[in-house]
Design a protein around this ligand. Structure first.
Ligand code: DAH
Length: 345
């Protein structure tokens, strides 16, 4: 290796020089700058260099020496500065572990629901919590005197002469259905999670706010069979492959026919226990075929399109999954309760 190559190689190494403490720094000084160090060695080789190259090589060696000295001085400064730091502080100690929060159980369940329907092609949609009567009730085929509009259920923000203009806190996420249908033509396949409000006395079994997920699928030729299959898939993904479902006829103003879906009690496996009131079944959601009146009121041609909708309470699903029997726990933010969900995400 020529002397120039040797110098260049050493120069490159200087850039990466580092020392963790004074001892290591001293070792570097000895390696490069002592009598038997690299630079001395190069000076020895310098004697052999041909006269016409001496000038160039000499300058290179000087440059190397300066760089090594500068680097060592810079490292030394660093350690000197550290010496000024209060001796009580141990800079080598690991930092305090940051206390990580946990996801709220309702968020965990919500994300799981979104995930399951996401895999079946449902997109996410959201709507306002402060809504008007038009989207919460009128467009969803609630008759003007339907009891759900009553003060007992609905929180009013602003009451108007004209009922459909009433500003209210939405009492179900079905209002998002109406908003999506107004804005998009089919095919529509959405899942709408969100918080809802009802004017109820707070107890272990009821709260003035809770969470729902609404589903809506509208296209040509959508049938009740499609609805049943999607809900069965959901139930099995959520509660396990052995889960059975059953649909019972029901009534909702916005669906016809309407049904409520039960799943085989996942606590006793359907044998009957206190949780399922010894029936082996627990109700988890409402569903049905979107009423043609609803399609029409939202600007969708009911002669061309059909669709299904369903709605479920997130607390209800969380209750079944984690056996949280007192609804109030979900909103009290007791960290002892929240920490129980550390392992789940
Ligand atoms: N909105 C209903 C409720 O709050 C739930 C529901 C039932 C939603 C049937 C739907 C449905 O979309 O088809 O109780």
């Amino acid at each position: 290796m020529s002397i120039i190559d040797k110098i260049n190689e050493t120069l490159q190494g200087v850039q990466d020089m580092h020392a963790a403490n004074m001892e290591e720094l001293e070792a570097l000084r000895i390696k490069y700058l002592s009598k038997k160090g690299i630079i001395s060695g190069l000076m020895n080789d310098f004697r052999e260099v041909a006269a016409d190259q001496k000038r160039e090589v000499g300058m290179k060696i000087n440059e190397l020496k300066t760089q090594v000295q500068d680097k060592i001085n810079a490292l030394k400064d660093q350690f000197d500065n550290m010496d000024n730091v209060d001796d009580d502080i141990d800079l080598t100690r690991t930092a305090y572990p940051a206390a990580l929060g946990t996801r709220h159980p309702l968020t965990i369940v919500k994300n799981e629901i979104i995930d399951i329907f996401g895999h079946m092609g449902f997109k996410l949609a959201e709507g306002p919590e402060v809504e008007d009567d038009l989207h919460v009730y009128t467009k969803l085929n609630f008759a003007a005197d339907h009891p759900a509009r009553d003060m007992q259920d609905t929180f009013f923000v602003e009451q108007n002469e004209n009922v459909i203009k009433n500003i209210i806190l939405r009492s179900h996420t079905s209002s998002v259905q109406a908003r999506v249908m107004e804005q998009t033509q089919p095919p529509i396949r959405v899942i709408c999670p969100g918080r809802v409000y009802r004017n109820e006395a707070i107890s272990a079994r009821a709260h003035c706010f809770f969470h729902q997920v609404e589903g809506l699928y509208i296209d040509k030729g959508v049938s009740f069979t499609d609805l049943k299959q999607v809900l069965l898939t959901f139930a099995r993904e959520m509660f396990g492959n052995d889960t059975k479902i059953r649909l019972r006829p029901s009534y909702f103003p916005f669906t016809e026919p309407s049904a409520e879906m039960d799943i085989s009690c996942n606590i006793c496996g359907g044998k009957g226990c206190g949780f399922c009131k010894h029936t082996g079944w627990v109700e988890i959601l409402g569903c049905g075929m979107v009423d043609p009146n609803v399609l029409e009121s939202c600007g969708i041609d009911s002669k061309i399109y059909t669709g299904y909708a369903f709605g479920m309470g997130i607390e209800r699903i969380a209750n079944l999954k984690y056996q949280v029997s007192d609804l109030r726990l979900f909103s009290e933010n007791d960290v002892r309760f929240l920490r129980e969900f550390e392992a789940a995400y």
